[in-house]
Design a protein around this ligand. Structure first.
Ligand code: ADP
Length: 262
């Protein structure tokens, strides 16, 4: 609470009482705290790859360049770290643009099944490399209202995570179930799972259960924060069920396109 006190003065100048104006500033403080935490996180996340790019470039300039093999391995690190920086900046800008509603949704009819198949094509290679078996929903049109690119972004982030956090030889399955007014999209994996106590935090920006593993898999720690935002903006909900060591299921519920009655 923020309090402002002022004396309440009567006609002849005598103090009759005190006027207190109380403002509830909890929300403002909370936002300020979130904002400064975000800036601190961003700075830290950007610093790590830049330090590494700088360090390896310096070592090359100091003479490591003469050794061709070493040169190649350092340049690969520099390339990978710049790539991470690029992804990080792209995700930060994307998240901030959707958070500020700068780009309103362009509502169109989206075939969810088609969106799943279209997105899966872009991640199939990554799954095949790890020998992960993927199963997809029956090829039946399921219509929702939303913005196709953003729906695909939701699916892409969840599928990429499923692949990253599932060891070699695992399984991923995507199903779609239609109910009267809503559609449920389930993305399940047989991966490392998430401990119960971590579940409430995974949608926070930059929150990772295991920082090292997330970095190694190329994660920016923003994927699920973006998913949560996009699902909210489509008036949907997202839930997660997980067992450590067994696997994880993300369930996205979206409103179904209502049949037009004539
Ligand atoms: P990241 O870029 O680190 O993957 P996300 O925001 O996409 O960031 O996810 C946040 C964290 O949630 C991850 O670092 C990981 O610890 C956990 N996580 C997300 N998806 C899965 C999954 N399918 N299986 C296990 N853990 C997951």
């Amino acid at each position: 609470l923020d309090a402002h006190l002022a004396p309440y003065v009567g006609e002849s100048g005598e103090v009759k009482g005190i006027i207190a104006v109380l403002h509830d500033v909890t929300d403002i403080r909370r936002l300020e705290k979130m904002r400064s935490e975000f800036v601190a996180n961003v700075s830290h996340e950007l610093k790590t790859p830049i330090t590494s790019v700088k360090g390896f470039a310096e070592t090359l300039l100091d003479g490591a360049m003469e050794d061709e093999e070493l040169c190649r391995s350092f340049l690969t690190i520099i390339y990978d770290e710049s790539d991470r920086l690029h992804r990080l900046i792209k995700d930060i800008l994307y998240l901030s643009s959707i958070e500020h509603h700068r780009i309103p949704l362009t509502i169109e009819n989206v075939n969810l099944t088609q969106a799943v198949y279209g997105t899966a094509d872009t991640v199939k290679e990554g799954a095949a490399k790890k020998n992960i078996d993927m199963t997809f929903p029956e090829k039946k049109d399921v219509w929702i209202e939303g913005e196709r690119d953003r729906i695909q972004q939701i699916i892409l982030n969840l599928l990429s995570n499923a692949i990253s956090y599932t060891p070699e030889g695992g399984e991923i399955s995507v199903t779609i179930t239609e109910q009267e007014n809503e559609v449920k999209l389930r993305i399940s994996d047989t991966g490392i799972g998430i401990a119960q106590k971590e579940l409430p935090r995974i949608f926070e920006r930059f929150y990772r259960v295991d920082k090292a593993r997330s970095r190694n898999s190329g994660g920016t720690g923003l994927g699920l924060a973006i998913v949560k935002h996009l699902v909210d903006s489509h008036h949907g909900t997202i839930n997660v069920e997980s067992m450590e060591g067994e696997g994880t299921t993300f369930i996205v519920t979206l409103p179904k396109k209502q049949e037009q009655e004539i």
